[in-house]
Design a protein around this ligand. Structure first.
Ligand SMILES: NC(=O)c1ccc[n+]([C@@H]2O[C@H](COP(=O)([O-])OP(=O)(O)OC[C@H]3O[C@@H](n4cnc5c(N)ncnc54)[C@H](OP(=O)(O)O)[C@@H]3O)[C@@H](O)[C@H]2O)c1
Length: 328
């Protein structure tokens, strides 16, 4: 066999080696893929999913609707949300799917969304902070915060705080942050540069936003555990979605060829979120970071309780959280 392989032209040998390596990598991805195995029904439960019109959020919505939950799609674009709602109802057979407008890059919109929910919903069992973006240019929002940082972290931070009272009333309830392994790509978190006041780098802003979600998960979990609310965060994997829609065209071209080969589908990428939303085995697990439906290691920085507390306090100030809005 070896003699036969060695007798092949060198280009064939290289091609064969690459195929074997890629095949092995694909097999590894398949073997380590986490799948939610819980068959739990969610009849009578209410779930909010931010960014539910596409990608991981939409697949999460389909699964939780199939389980009988009332699913609230918290989306910024009503047209996209309406199309997604029709798809989710058709695929799940559950008509209890509603749209509520939410733009996380506007504190006013977050406050209006939360006020509507508190007025109209009797309970909230699961809050899934899934929406996220990766932008390439520094942009400030109407609130003077950095756009990517506000969409991914500050908006969800305010939303979580405003809905915490209802989550407590509905306990046992769960808060889930869709963070990322990218939280570990930064070795520092400069609290004076949270909104790129000193310098801007698009990658760093994304890492900061995902690290902030991991730190706030850690900080909030012990504050609310006795009231029956759990808080966890997760990495969904490398998932083929629209998350790189703002990337340069050369990147999009490479992505179009390679992502289908090596990235998870959106349905596969939704598995860890679904696991955290429904599985009985995680009912009392809190303050953790998950990947492929298992607890995973975070970066050292994400475990820094002192930093988490400071970030929490700075975030409270930046989103102008009022003392009477603190429910912990
Ligand atoms: N895909 C990956 O490989 C990967 C890896 C690690 C972590 N994640 C995380 O997974 C989460 C879901 O992303 P995805 O991969 O499913 O990406 P996606 O397909 O681009 O979906 C992102 C969703 O977030 C919404 N969104 C973005 N900014 C928003 C804002 N300011 N207000 C309200 N909604 C907003 C989008 O709404 P529009 O459609 O209206 O823009 C969309 O519904 C994100 O938090 C992302 O950081 C993804």
């Amino acid at each position: 066999m070896l003699t036969f392989l060695c007798s092949l032209p060198i280009l064939w040998q290289i091609g064969l080696l690459i195929s074997v390596l890629l095949g092995g990598f694909k097999a590894y991805l398949w073997y380590t893929l986490g799948v939610c195995t819980s068959t739990k029904k969610l009849t009578g439960k209410t779930v909010i999913i931010t960014g539910a019109n596409t990608g991981i959020g939409k697949e999460t919505a389909i699964d939780l609707a199939k389980r009988g939950a009332r699913v609230i799609l918290a989306c910024r674009d009503p047209k996209k949300a309406a199309i997604a709602k029709d798809d989710i109802i058709r695929e799940s057979g559950n008509k209890n799917v509603v749209i509520r407008q939410l733009d996380l890059a506007s504190l006013k919109s977050v406050r209006k969304f939360a006020a509507d929910i508190l007025k109209s919903e009797l309970r909230l069992d699961v809050l899934i902070n899934n929406a996220g973006c990766a932008t390439i240019e520094k942009t400030l929002t109407e609130d003077g915060l950095e756009y990517q940082m506000q969409s991914n972290h500050f908006g969800h931070f305010l939303l979580t705080n405003l809905l915490l009272g209802l989550l407590k009333k509905s306990a046992p309830s769960r808060i889930i942050h869709v963070s990322s392994m990218a939280h570990a790509f930064t070795k520092t978190l400069d609290l004076n540069n949270l909104n790129s006041e000193l310098s801007y780098d698009t990658g760093t802003v994304y890492y900061y936003s995902k690290l902030s979600q991991a730190l706030c998960t850690r900080h909030l979990a012990p504050l609310v555990f006795n009231s029956g609310v759990t808080v966890n965060c997760l990495h969904p994997g490398a998932v083929q979605t629209e998350i790189f829609r703002n990337a340069p065209s050369w990147f999009q071209m490479i992505a179009a060829i390679t992502f289908p080969l090596f990235f998870k589908s959106a349905k596969e990428g939704a598995q860890t979120t679904i696991h955290l939303a429904v599985a009985d085995e995680v009912a009392n697990v809190t303050g953790e970071y998950f990947s492929d439906c298992k607890i995973a290691k975070t970066s050292k920085l994400a475990k820094d309780a002192g930093l988490a507390k400071k970030l929490w306090e700075v975030s409270e100030t930046l989103v102008k959280l009022k003392p009477e809005e603190r429910h912990y």
